[in-house]
Design a binder for this molecule. Structure first.
Ligand code: G4P
Length: 349
């Protein structure tokens, strides 16, 4: 997803808030005043029209509204459609397998067998993805890593689904019933649900059906193998109230950049990357270890290395932020996972 520049707003920073007016998150480190002073200094020195600004009124991640009202409708639709399917196929982003889940899905789908698809595996750390697969399997779900862009791993989908439903399929076969497997595909926006369905449906067809008990037309995709996929009736949202989750969703591009402070996000991303992936940062931006302690200084150094200067010689940190986020999202820094099963306290999410 391409990141775009936005207009900047001006105004005073409110007391006791982060930039953007959002309350300071509990337990979250706040960059120290030295950096705020530097930013203020930079604004003072380079009063040009294109100058990147910290924008106090622009909402930051903590203030994003994800229209939770939609959830009630989605909940109803999923529950109505559940009796039509044998399994639930949950698509998650392999870089953030927990943050990209909907916390209500477990209660919504009950004991319906679940296959978790870790999509965008091409962008995630392979070793971490393996650990995530074990994690989901330990929770009684089937799990599979795929890359819908290249199709890698997608041919494992049918066998994994059949294995998950082995007892049921054997029961059908013993009764002589020639029944196709039906599965509902769910996932929060941007995890690659459409890409997955399109990839699986190559050579297959889409049909819109009305079935008894379903208030709205459901879209079914009939794959070449005969398996039927039901596109989710409704939109699922992630656990947006959690700052860490929201930040990870923002890093991967699931939250639209227009509502975010790019420089703040870039600094937060650098903070995460330096902890587990410093060598990748060094390689991509020709930095040397140890990395600068302050992420704001690190962002400036990256901008400097890339020659992102404003007239007057100051570093164009907004441009550097856009570049960093785009390069992370596009996998240019390497394969990077942002959360790991054994470090997550939100394992119940
Ligand atoms: P959604 O239905 O869940 O909202 O997601 P969608 O399929 O629209 O995919 C969201 C973005 O993720 C798209 O990029 C898509 O190309 C990309 N994507 C999906 N699966 C994979 C994958 O396995 N690997 C990688 N690297 N990317 C994947 P976009 O920038 O929004 O659009 P575009 O690049 O396709 O034009």
């Amino acid at each position: 997803m391409a990141t775009t520049r936005r207009n900047v707003n001006k105004g005073p920073k409110k007391e006791g808030t982060r930039r953007g007016g959002a309350p300071v998150a509990k337990g979250k480190p706040v960059r120290d005043d030295r950096h705020a002073a530097k930013r203020a200094d930079k604004r003072h020195k380079v009063p040009t029209a294109t100058e990147p600004e910290i924008t106090p009124e622009r909402p930051d991640i903590g203030t994003i509204q994800w229209f939770p009202g939609h959830m009630a409708r989605t909940r109803r639709k999923i529950q109505e459609s559940l009796s039509l399917v044998d399994a639930v196929v949950e698509i998650v982003d392999a870089r953030i397998p927990l943050s990209s889940r909907n916390p209500e899905l477990d209660s919504l789908t009950g004991r319906k067998p679940r296959l978790v698809i870790l999509n965008k595996a091409d962008l995630a750390d392979e070793a971490a993805t393996r650990r995530w697969i074990s994690y989901f399997r330990a929770q009684g779900m089937a799990a599979l890593a795929v890359d819908c862009k290249s199709g890698r791993g997608c041919n494992q989908f049918q066998p994994a689904l059949r294995e998950l439903l082995r007892d049921l399929v054997e029961k059908w076969e013993s009764k002589g019933a020639n029944r196709a497997i039906r599965a509902m595909v769910v996932g929060i926006p941007n995890v690659g649900k459409s890409s997955f369905i399109n990839r699986m449906n190559r050579g297959g067809k889409a049909k819109v059906e009305d079935r008894p008990g379903v208030t709205r037309m459901n879209q079914w995709f009939v794959l070449e193998s005969g398996t039927q996929l039901l596109d989710t009736p409704g939109v699922l949202w992630p656990k947006f109230e959690d700052q860490t989750v929201a930040m990870r969703l923002a890093f991967t591009g699931a939250i639209k950049d227009q509502v975010l402070n790019l420089e703040e996000m870039a600094c937060e991303l650098l903070q995460v990357l330096r902890q587990g992936y410093a060598p990748l940062l060094c390689e991509r931006y020709k930095l040397s270890e140890p990395l600068l302690e302050s992420c704001w200084d690190l962002l400036q150094e990256i901008g400097r290395k890339r020659g992102m200067l404003l007239s007057g010689g100051a570093i164009d940190t907004e441009r550097a932020s856009i570049m960093l986020l785009d390069e992370y999202r596009g996998g240019k820094l390497g394969r990077i996972t942002l959360e790991f099963p054994d470090r997550e306290v939100t394992a119940d999410a």
